[in-house]
Write a protein that binds this ligand. Structure first.
Ligand code: THU
Length: 134
């Protein structure tokens, strides 16, 4: 997997963000085991609580198309109209939602810092994850 390429896909996704309330636009690119990419952007709502993060939009698109094996997600975010400078890590809700669909110790989270791709695992970001015992 080419992390820079995955970041560039997240940047394309960010172009479609709808974030008139926060003014912070986010793009995500989710990579499947067989090399497919699902892009997502944040989609806000005037009543706020239904707002969707880019990561969960990408995941919902993929899951709803029957995808089950995920390798990595790249995320970029910044104030609207500005190039990303700071790394944009997934929020706590997205970490939990992703954790239910991936192997958290293998799944890579790719962010950009000072123009360079930085990679960690979801387990690094979500230690002692909640697991629902059915
Ligand atoms: N947001 C994301 O889409 N992903 C993240 O990882 C962090 C936050 C969105 C939610 C909201 O639309 C805006 O960024 C500001 O929080």
């Amino acid at each position: 997997m080419d992390n820079e390429w995955l970041i560039s896909e997240a940047k394309k996704a960010r172009e479609n963000a709808y974030a008139p309330y926060s003014g912070f636009t986010v793009g995500a690119a989710l990579l499947t085991k067989d090399g497919k990419i699902y892009r997502g952007c944040n989609i806000e709502s005037s009543v706020f609580s239904p707002s969707l993060c880019a990561e969960r939009v990408a995941l919902a698109k993929a899951i709803s198309e029957g995808e089950k094996d995920f390798v990595a997600i790249a995320i970029v975010g910044a104030p609207s109209g500005e190039a990303p400078v700071e790394p944009c890590y997934p929020c706590g809700v997205c970490r939990q939602v992703l954790s239910e669909h991936v192997d958290i110790s293998a799944f890579a989270v790719v962010v950009e810092e000072e123009g360079e791709a930085r990679v960690c695992t979801l387990a690094d970001l979500l230690p002692r994850a909640f697991v629902f015992e059915k």
